[in-house]
Design a protein around this ligand. Sequence first.
Ligand SMILES: [Zn+2]
Length: 359
Amino acid sequence: MSPDGIKLLKTPVLDKSKWMQLPRDVIIGHDVLTQLPKVCEDLHVSGSVVVFSGRGTMNVAGNRVLSLINEVADAELFIVDAITPDVITEAEEAGCGADVFVGVGGGRVIDTAKIVSYNCSRPFISIPTAASHDGIASSRASVPVKGGSVSLAASPPIALIADTGIIAAAPHRLLAAGCADVISNYTAILDWELSHRLRGEPLSEYAMALSRMTAEIISKNADLIKPHAEESAWTVIKALLSSGVAMSIAGSSRPASGGEHKFSHALDQIAPGKGLHGEQCGIGSIITMYLHGGDWRGIRNSLRAIGAPTTPKEIGIDDHMAARALILAKSIRPERFTILDMGITEEVAEQLIAMLYEE
Ligand SMILES: [Zn+2]
């Protein structure tokens, strides 16, 4: 008993506290870029804003974003030509004094903005101009470095503005890669479950359910994902957002990144610049689903229907390189246990690739 007579608990309460960061404002639809001043008003954005944009995206959306922000705050521009540790340092030096960051562009621009946002402890608004991967709303970003890439902590956006007119006008290859990134959630979850059973890694059922549902929606609608259709852009953006939210719930990229992502990172080392992130993950997912004993043909057929590549050859990678990547994959982030840690040999990798991709 405590001095004031209250009975104390004998065992300490298990600390289940968790901090999830989710976007506050999400606006998806036709011409929603015009809503930017309203979003700034809602978030009480004033003072100074640094807009990160790619050179090519200035005409697509960057110039409009600058003038819309100038209606409510002082906007400055930082052009991201490439994502490298040096560019990130330069962006921090240029931008850390600002109140808010805005990233308008593709993956490398959004990733730069969210890393700088995290390092400078400032909120950031995500305005993707393509739907090529699920980083548009997640709290991780990968940065290419010599001999591969590193995954860095980043801020999830405080707001996401996805203008489907702009996204539908982007090359279809980007949208298809975004779909493939989401479809690969199927195998990421299986890897997570495997790690839970064999290594006792904690699971988040909510994150898993959301991630699986996201993959299902894209697979089921694979025939409806068409080039340059705003309806398709809308479906894919919602899926990428949900995938990002699943990662925020889990507090890691686990619900959307397993062996197929490690395979993609290995390809980045062995054959840099060949395939897009999502394309490589989709191709990897066919193999890891086969290894899990699941419906790998279903994954392949969905990717095909969408127009995403299903073989290494389609992205300029020969079978031998792909087999090497499959073996190298387990040495990338070795703490993340996946089906590729279950003893696959180079010989089997070669056979598997010949079998699965030649069918
Ligand atoms: Zn991914």
